[in-house]
Design a protein around this ligand. Structure first.
Ligand code: ATP
Length: 915
């Protein structure tokens, strides 16, 4: 798409690192305050094209097609085709070649579909960028960025284009994807020498790298293919990983089976030849054995079933980034979730403010500016507040508005927040007292800031207000209390700060489930133009603003469903212990049945830091609420749960959550509020940030696995049956009841029109009442192996039984073989109905729940009628028309087999305890 060559931006694209900020802005004809106008941006977009890389180096379609040939079964089939060709069996040879071609094409189509589904999903996770356009801040899709756009970057963002920094504040970037350097690099705005390499261009940030700390404002100098990453094409490889642990183990299983079967085939061939049987016939029998008994199509079918599961999950707002995650999801035993936004709606509303000597109540909800601030205590006159009498309140609200990075903009006539919901709530509370935010920012210009981070738990800004400079600080209430020695009264007098009383007030507010932020300030000299951590002592306390963030209703049900499904829900939050516990209570989280509670109902990050690894593991067994946890402690918790054999799903959104997300079995990032860093590290992204979606994904994960097992339990007996039929014939020296070509017909048609329909089975209603699957235990339980064997042997018996019966009625070999093929297919069709549920009787399954099943069976029957009666099929497959009585026998025998499987289910349900 984008070349950015031969146009006015070339100089900026190649040499920005050596130019001053002013020069770069001038060359790009833009301004750091106003940005581009939307018309100019649109015309630049036309000129340079969208900000996307021309080519995802996905495996080419041809390569994928060629790869389909690389399967042991196809080698055998091709060899068989050549041998039959050599023996002048031209019809057989062309049928085998035809089958090979169909097989390869089917595999190719299935795999392409899976890849397409996954790629489409990846693209739904569109990256956004915060830019200045027409003088205001806007969020746009990253692919609409053009050279000259002014971009805001902060910790956790993925840089979407090559940019030259214009302003930077503790800005550090992880450039390992570009330079290989894994440590974050500090950046600033000073130009460097023209000759230096990428790694040393400290005033630049490059597309594809991740911001690990701080903030920056930057001007876009290159987009799309003109970016550095666009030029290094190997880095762009985004091929989808279609292998999963399950498909790997199935491939391994098929491989082992292949050797066993080849061994048996050679032995059977040798035995037959020694017995004096014709060599050609024996060879055909050995080939039939290989063709029939190897479940070669299984890994591909499993991949397709997983991919269908991925699409289903996406419809329920859980986007899977890595296919193996679908398998793991179903086995999840512990979900570690954060609180804000996942369990709660993340629509903060300040509802209480407490200053040194007064308490206030705020009316209004969400981000609506309508609402009042009323006295609760401390004022005789209970009417509306005023700046003169409520000085501390006013200053506290002012601090909240100034020490703030959020803004409200009108988008489609709706007031929309850009930024952190906590900060949005502080803007709203300030407006409620009549503060005009824009005017306030003009009066008190921001000179410097320490950005908020989850580790620090506070944010500080330095402002030039009239003839003095002021530092404002806001953050987790306990942190702010630690910084203060004095407090401001409502009458504008500063007094000594009583920290014990403040802590008691904080506890009371937090126990009501409110998120409490503390505010403080200090005067500073006019000369000071930076704010540093060391400045944050002996501050003046302004007050607390306490906000409510209601629990999500659907999350309450989802937590309940998880607990019923034997999954533990653990809350890990950065919030205050009391707030966390109060919110957790509304979800019943602290009351889950647990090991003897050695520790309290809630544990803080501070307590966690004092524990040994063994003690943390113990704590994980009994505590379900962890509060004031630093992101790096999340990693410790995941490890402790995993050490205790749990399969852990862990949510996260910040840049520092990435290691924990990587470590977890199902790293889950937030689609809306999550940083790009978290999304990159995650296996799954929730597009609605909602806990209920995790539960839905687990449910789907279980359903996918269920369908997978149903498919395997349906598929393996067919291979086993075919293998046994041929083996018996080989070793007993009797005529094959089915020729290799006929076995190929059975395999191809049943896999395409029957088995795969199980992928569309709806989930069984009791799916979330079962205990999680133990990944250590083999996917096929003893019961299921028994069923596979029983059905395989049943097939052997019915095929041989009917074959010889037909022969005894003087049927021709062609007719008897046609009966064998038909009985095989009809048993497989009816057995498909058995497999709709592995526990419950087939008649309890709603036919309309999966209309693909009757469709598949009808299709199969039509194919069988063609196979039996169409002359060309009779020539190709050596089949022969059958009489009504033969059909009657086929159906009677098949129904009996179906009922026997149901009888086995019934006996098991009655006499064997279910898990
Ligand atoms: P969760 O992990 O459940 O999402 P959280 O949002 O409370 O919880 P953090 O974002 O790590 O976790 O915040 C930790 C604490 O820092 C919060 O409880 C709050 O007191 C304070 N805080 C949150 N956002 C800001 C902010 N923008 N500025 C200053 N302090 C903040």
């Amino acid at each position: 798409m984008n070349k950015n060559t031969g146009n006015a931006f070339d100089e900026a694209t190649h040499n920005s690192h050596a130019l001053s900020v002013a020069d770069v802005l001038r060359i790009l004809n833009t301004s750091s305050r106003q940005g581009l106008t939307s018309t100019e941006a649109a015309s630049r977009l036309k000129l340079v094209g969208p900000n996307i890389l021309r080519e995802y180096r996905d495996e080419s379609s041809w390569m994928r097609f060629v790869r389909q040939w690389h399967q042991p079964l196809l080698y055998i089939l091709n060899a068989a085709a050549f041998i039959t060709l050599f023996l002048h069996e031209y019809v057989d040879a062309s049928v085998i070649f035809g089958v090979v071609l169909v097989n390869v094409t089917l595999g190719y189509i299935q795999e392409s579909k899976a890849v397409k589904a996954l790629t489409a999903l990846r693209q739904t996770l569109q990256v956004e960028a915060r830019v200045v356009r027409d003088g205001g801040t806007e969020r746009i899709a990253a692919h609409d960025l053009v050279p000259g756009d002014i971009l805001f970057l902060e910790a956790g963002d993925k840089v979407s284009a090559d940019v030259r920094l214009v302003e930077s504040n503790e800005y550090r970037v992880n450039e390992s994807s570009l330079t290989g350097e894994s440590l974050p690099v500090e950046k600033d705005i000073q130009p460097v020498s023209r000759e230096v390499g990428l790694a040393d261009r400290t005033c630049m940030s490059y597309a594809g790298t991740l911001v690990s700390a701080g903030q920056a404002k930057a001007v876009v100098v290159a987009t799309g293919d003109a970016t550095e990453i666009g030029r290094i094409s190997e880095l762009v490889s985004q091929a989808e990983e279609l292998e999963t642990p399950l498909t790997r183990s199935i491939s391994r299983f098929s491989q082992i089976l292949l050797y066993i079967i080849l061994g048996l085939g050679v032995a059977g061939f040798g035995a037959g030849v020694l017995r004096g049987e014709p060599m050609v016939e024996m060879l055909m029998a050995a080939i039939a054995l290989a063709v029939g008994a190897i479940p070669e199509g299984l890994p591909a079918a499993v991949t397709v079933i997983l991919a269908i599961g991925v699409s289903r999950m996406a419809k329920r707002k859980a986007v899977i980034r890595r296919l193996p995650a679908v398998e793991t999801l179903g086995g999840t035993t512990v979900i570690c979730t954060d609180k804000t936004g996942t369990l709660t709606v993340n629509q903060m509303t300040v509802s209480r403010i407490e200053v040194l000597d007064r308490q206030y109540e705020l009316t209004g909800q969400g981000y609506e500016f309508e609402g009042e601030i009323l006295h609760i205590t401390g004022s005789k006159d209970n009417s509306i507040v005023s700046k003169e009498r409520d000085y501390a309140l006013f200053e506290c609200l002012k601090a909240g508005a100034l020490c703030n990075d959020a803004t409200f903009v009108m988008q489609d006539n709706v007031q929309t927040l850009i930024g952190d919901p906590t900060e949005g709530a502080l803007l709203v509370s300030a407006v409620k007292i009549g503060i005009n935010i824009d005017e306030l920012f003009l009066q008190c210009k921001r000179i410097d800031a320490i950005p908020f981070s989850s580790e620090r738990q506070y944010m500080a800004t330095l402002h030039e207000c009239g003839d003095e400079n002021i530092i404002y600080v806001k953050g987790a209430a306990e942190r702010i209390i630690e910084f203060c020695t004095q407090a401001l009264g409502s009458d504008n007098h500063v007094v000594c700060f009583d920290t014990a009383t403040a802590r008691a007030t904080l506890s009371t507010l937090a126990e009501e489930g409110m998120r409490v932020l503390g505010f403080a300030y200090s005067h500073s000299s006019r000369e000071r133009n930076v704010v540093e951590q060391s400045d944050l002592s002996e501050l003046v306390f302004l007050g607390f603003q306490a906000m409510i963030d209601p629990p999500r209703k659907e999350a309450v049900h989802a937590v309940d469903a998880c607990m019923k499904a034997g999954i533990r829900v653990v809350m890990i939050t950065g919030d205050h212990a009391h707030t966390a516990l109060a919110i957790a209570e509304s979800f019943n989280i602290p009351n889950q049945k647990m090991a003897t509670p050695t520790f309290g109902r809630v544990m803080t990050g501070e307590q966690l830091a004092t524990l040994t690894d063994d003690e943390v593991e113990q704590a994980c067994r009994s505590v379900s609420v962890f509060a004031r946890v630093a992101p790096e402690q999340k990693l410790r918790l995941v490890r402790a749960f995993q050490h205790d054999h749990a399969i852990v799903a862990m949510t996260g959104d910040g840049v520092n959550d990435a290691p924990a997300l990587k470590q977890a079995d199902i790293g889950t990032a937030m689609g809306k509020t999550g940083t790009e860093a978290a999304k990159e590290a995650a296996d799954m992204v929730l597009t609605d940030d909602n806990f209920a979606t995790i539960e839905a994904a687990v449910e789907e994960g279980r359903a996918v696995f269920d369908n997978l097992i149903k498919f395997i339990v349906w598929n393996l007996p067919i291979n086993l049956g075919e293998g046994l039929v041929v083996l018996c014939a080989l070793f007993l020296g009797i005529t094959l009841p089915m020729t290799p070509v006929q076995i190929l017909w059975i395999n191809m048609t049943t896999a395409g029109s029957l088995g795969i329909m199980l992928a569309f089975e709806p989930m069984e209603s009791d799916i979330m009442e079962r205990t999680p699957r133990d990944p250590q235990v083999s996917i096929l339980s003893f019961d299921l192996v028994l069923r596979i064997t029983v059905v395989g042997v049943l097939l052997l018996v019915v095929v041989f039984g009917l074959f010889f019966y037909e022969r005894s009625l003087n049927a021709s070999l062609e007719q008897a073989r046609t009966v064998s093929v038909n009985v095989f297919v009809v048993v497989s069709s009816l057995y498909l109905l058995n497999c709709r549920s592995l526990r419950h009787p087939f008649w309890r399954q709603n036919v309309r729940g999966n209309l693909w099943i009757p469709f598949g069976i009808v299709l199969m029957m039509i194919l069988q009628v063609l196979y039996t009666y169409l002359p060309v099929m009779n020539d190709l497959f050596k089949s022969s028309p059958l009489s009504w009585s033969s059909w009657l026998r086929i159906f009677m025998v098949s129904f009996t087999a179906m009922l026997l499987v149901e009888l086995e289910k019934f006996i098991r349900a009655k006499f064997v305890p279910q898990t």
